[in-house]
Design a protein around this ligand. Structure first.
Ligand SMILES: C[S@@+](CC[C@H](N)C(=O)[O-])C[C@H]1O[C@@H](n2cnc3c(N)ncnc32)[C@H](O)[C@@H]1O
Length: 378
């Protein structure tokens, strides 16, 4: 969970904050009703109130969202901010809203349930002609040269090798993982190609499970290709937007997908990448071919986060849609707690009932029950 200071750091990003400020000033009319999804400490809610909103629903799972009301009072914005400390998926609003504003992207827009949350919010909260901010994001991909990134991947195994241990398989696994450049941000001159569009995400639409598209990347300067970088171009409203292309100072990091081997390239070469990702952004696959101007093959790599983390046959089977799951002892206990959450029993009574049942054991009853209550109770 973000700290209060994290929200301060997000507000500090001038490109992001200025774009949202301008978009809210344009979208919010005097008397508008607004929902700020993932409000944090309420920056967007406060901007909406200042733009004349009659009411702003500030929704966040993080209790930091209560600060939004104090900040509204501190800024002379009255009591127009209504706080919901909950997932938007569990919130019911008493009225439809004219504007929904959010930034649930994480570092790039394929992030957890971001897409389904916005789809749900648009269909349940927004008036038919209401505005959803941001409108869309375009994900971009480019080929990059980054000796520093490559050094970071390679150097990790020296800790094995210095002790006389080989680490070939771990090295190979690490080349099948998706990284962020937050520790060493990519610069514009790391790019060997222009960024090319990979995916357009129209917010509020029903999300796909995964996304896949092939992209041609003509090489425009010579160097050594180490990785693909993925970033996004945001449209917050109409012509208002920003991007986090390499070279942009931003709170958002870029996704970095290493190539299986550093590959020397010259201007005129051509890379072809087929990039696939799950909507949640937790699984990636990238097939890369690099050819010279004459069509001679320089490199062909097939990489995937599936190859980056070992999985036992049992865990693979559990992820299959053909798997018939059965509750474990811990699952049975959780099911009992959920059944008892019918509005008639206090948490203490639920705990007492669990402890009276000697057929099951739970290592930390109190924390486990609290967790179920915070997730699923109202
Ligand atoms: C990147 S922060 C943005 C915070 C704030 N809007 C800002 O710009 O300062 C995203 C926030 O969304 C919240 N969040 C993510 N999914 C949510 C959901 N479905 N319902 C409520 N809050 C959510 C997280 O807890 C986090 O505080």
């Amino acid at each position: 969970m973000y700290t209060v200071l994290d929200y301060g750091d997000m507000a500090l990003d001038p490109t992001r904050s200025d774009a949202y400020t301008r978009a809210l000033a344009r979208a919010v009319q005097p008397g508008s009703i607004v929902a700020d999804l993932g409000s944090g400490t309420g920056l967007f809610a406060l901007l909406a109130a200042r733009a004349g909103a009659a009411r702003v629903y500030a929704i966040d799972v993080n209790p930091a969202v209560w600060l939004a009301q104090d900040l509204a009072a501190e800024n002379g914005l009255g009591d127009r901010i209504v706080v919901h400390e909950a997932s938007s998926l569990d919130v019911t609003l008493p009225e439809r809203v004219d504007v929904i504003v959010s930034d649930l992207r994480g570092s790039i827009p394929l992030h957890g349930d971001h897409l389904s949350v916005l789809h749900d919010a648009k269909s349940r909260f927004l008036t038919p002609h209401g505005k959803l901010l941001p409108v869309r994001d375009r994900l971009m991909v480019g080929l990059v040269e980054s000796p520093a990134f490559w050094q970071r991947l390679s150097h990790a195994w020296v800790g094995f090798e210095d002790r006389g241990l080989s680490a070939v398989t771990a090295r190979a696994a690490a080349l099948n993982a998706a990284y962020s450049d937050s520790d060493g941000p990519l610069h514009a001159n790391n790019l060997l190609t222009h960024g090319e569009p990979w995916l357009d995400l129209e917010y509020g639409e029903p999300p796909a499970t995964s996304y896949e598209r092939a992209v041609a990347l003509p090489v425009r300067r010579g160097g050594v290709a180490h990785a693909l970088a993925v970033w996004f171009e945001a449209t917050i409203l109409d012509d208002i937007g920003y991007d986090n292309a390499p070279g942009t100072l931003s709170v958002y990091a870029r996704r970095v997908l290493p190539l299986a081997e550093p590959t020397p390239v010259v201007a005129g070469d051509r890379a072809e990448v087929t990039l696939r990702a799950s909507a949640h952004g937790d699984r990636w696959a990238w097939d890369t071919t690099i050819e010279s101007e004459t069509g001679a093959a320089k490199a062909t790599f097939r990489q995937s986060t599936f190859l980056g983390m070992p999985a036992s046959p049992a865990s693979l089977l559990r992820r299959s849609s053909a798997f018939c799951p059965e509750l474990s002892p811990r699952g049975k206990r959780a099911a009992r707690v959920l059944e008892m959450m019918d509005g008639s029993k206090a948490v203490a009574e639920i705990l007492a009932a669990l402890r009276a049942d000697e057929s099951t054991t739970m290592i930390d009853d109190v924390e486990a029950v609290r967790d179920l209550v915070s997730r699923y109770a109202r």
